[in-house]
Design a protein around this ligand. Sequence first.
Ligand code: FAD
Length: 332
Amino acid sequence: MSEIWVIAEKRGSKIHSSTFELLGKARELSEKNGFAVSLALLIEERPSEEVFDELFAGGTDRVVLSVHEGFRRFDFQPYIRVLEKMIREYSPEIVLAPATSSGRSYMPGLAALLDTGLTADCTGLDIEEVTGNLLQTRPAIGGNIIATIKTPSHRPQMATVRPKTFSPLKEKYDSKRELVQFEVEPELVKTSAQLIEFVPIGEGKKGVQDAEIIVAGGMGLRRIENMLPVYRLCKLINGTVGASRKIVDSKWLGHEAQVGLSGHTVKPKIYIAAGISGAVQHIAGMQTSEFIVAINRDRNAAIFNFADIGLVGDATEILDELVESLGAEVEK
Ligand SMILES: Cc1cc2nc3c(=O)[nH]c(=O)nc-3n(C[C@H](O)[C@H](O)[C@H](O)COP(=O)(O)OP(=O)(O)OC[C@H]3O[C@@H](n4cnc5c(N)ncnc54)[C@H](O)[C@@H]3O)c2cc1C
């Protein structure tokens, strides 16, 4: 039976949320073409039964498990060799991986080994009715067009998807729970890479990706000191500070705060955009937010086309009013 494969992303011994988002999408696609869903998991030690329960309930029919110490830290070389072997053995029609730093590293190498195409950073996936080809949608030409890409004459069809683009299944999947142990020969996990130092990302650099509430500032704030009400509001509502690229390019904030095509894709419960115009490249990163509040002086600003609530006026004044109305003293 033809299959859709999802390559699991792990963080330490835990499975990253992007894996469940891709499983959710894979199940949706499988309903269209009747494909089974398999998950490839490369990990340093056999996971607990709870992890398997989570994966099966998350939407996979089968887990293809490869356990080796060499997978403790991500290393491009063992990854592509082991995945190539797995994929040649099972011949899936479609292979999906999250567009995380590791996914973005190994998927191009893997596609090259398999002599097939890869569409990176997809924002949409569907199945073409007549041909059964995977329709891979993503912004192209600097985000100015949305292109739908097909891989009609090579298999597997490979795509990466940014975390937070799709949603995990809402209900537990009733899986037939097939577990396959995939043995790796020592030469497959050999590497020429050497770990010199491991520097974890500091707390202060926590980015927007997993935030539930984001208050994002744009160039409409005009001066760096006008970011203050953004910080104050975040503090009051337990939000995370985000930004448009112009703010990051101006060095008011680091890249971890940037939302958009060349920044991060976010899916918070609430997204407040203050002084952001709504350029396509920004919208590409935040349009799946659950509730969007836009503040802009220009009532015709594009951001209002995507907002659930639009506030027309000066962003700094409106943010100050919001902070005040939430009971905080605003320094004048
Ligand atoms: C390949 C490529 C990738 C890109 N990637 C990204 C990306 O990841 N993220 C991103 O954000 N951009 C990205 N961009 C840039 C994008 O095209 C825009 O230039 C950028 O989003 C604009 O930022 P902005 O809305 O903050 O500023 P501006 O476009 O300058 O807009 C400022 C807005 O503030 C409003 N305003 C002015 N004064 C006030 C006021 N006093 N109160 C309230 N509102 C006011 C204005 O009406 C305007 O709408 C990318 C561009 C390219 C070509």
